[in-house]
Design a protein around this ligand. Structure first.
Ligand SMILES: C[S@@+](CC[C@H](N)C(=O)[O-])C[C@H]1O[C@@H](n2cnc3c(N)ncnc32)[C@H](O)[C@@H]1O
Length: 216
């Protein structure tokens, strides 16, 4: 886990985390296991995002949640913990490289039965979901070039008052000075989202930027 973010220096972030819901043993172990992975450790959803996701899922009374980019399982775990009884998370990932780490954490947390892992390109998984407005909460944290397509599939399936959330909408500040193709993709995505009359958008300075689209 990084000890600072783009906007919050390490001491203030430590203070923030110390005064928010603490990580439990399952999350701490998941952070340790993910931190040990070469090259991809930084992909993990941050503790403050994880806490926010659980809070939002609880506040929405959610039963139907979707996680686009489940990786080692932190965001799906956060959603599963906030669900109402009978709720489910559809966890999407294109790779099963990290599935053993994720399922170990979900089992340790007692939520494995609440998470349905679907290994396939996320766009295929999303297009196969029922064509109804039934989703309460979704969190998108996969390939940035796919954000617009994922959004279009999710927004038409999200109930009135539901939320579609997106990670990395600051791109480490590069939305102001793009360098990579993914930066341009997120700039276009952010602009389209802000103009979409189907939703009200709040962009939060949490971790690397987190946009919440509230469905009208
Ligand atoms: C930043 S990680 C997600 C972190 C995760 N949300 C967590 O809680 O730690 C991005 C994930 O998206 C997955 N991914 C990338 N492209 C994808 C695609 N086209 N469809 C589905 N998953 C994809 C990657 O395999 C990776 O596991």
């Amino acid at each position: 886990m990084k000890d600072s973010t783009l906007l919050i220096p390490a001491p203030l972030r430590a203070y923030m985390l110390a005064h928010s819901v603490p990580l439990d043993a399952v999350q701490q172990r998941l952070i340790e296991r993910t931190t040990a992975l070469p090259e991809v450790a930084h992909w993990q959803t941050a503790p403050e995002q994880s806490a926010l996701i659980t809070l939002l899922v609880r506040a929405l009374g959610a039963r139907h949640a979707v996680d686009v980019g489940s990786f080692t399982g932190m965001s799906s775990l956060a959603m599963a913990r906030g669900l109402q009884p009978g709720g489910r998370v559809i966890a999407c990932d294109i790779s099963d490289d990290w599935t053993p780490v994720a399922t170990e954490a979900w089992q340790a947390a007692g939520v494995a039965d609440l998470v349905e892992l679907r290994i396939a390109p996320a766009i295929e998984t999303l297009r196969a979901l029922p064509a109804e407005r039934y989703l309460d909460f979704s969190f998108v944290d996969a390939d940035k070039e796919g954000y617009l397509e994922y959004y279009e599939e999710l927004v038409v399936r999200t109930r009135q008052g539901g939320i579609v959330a997106f990670d990395n909408t600051f791109r480490s500040g590069r939305v102001l000075e793009p360098v990579k193709s993914a930066d341009h993709a997120v700039i276009e995505f952010n602009a389209r989202l802000a103009k979409d009359s189907r939703v009200e958008v709040v962009m939060l300075p949490v971790a690397d930027g987190m946009s919440l689209a509230w469905r009208k």
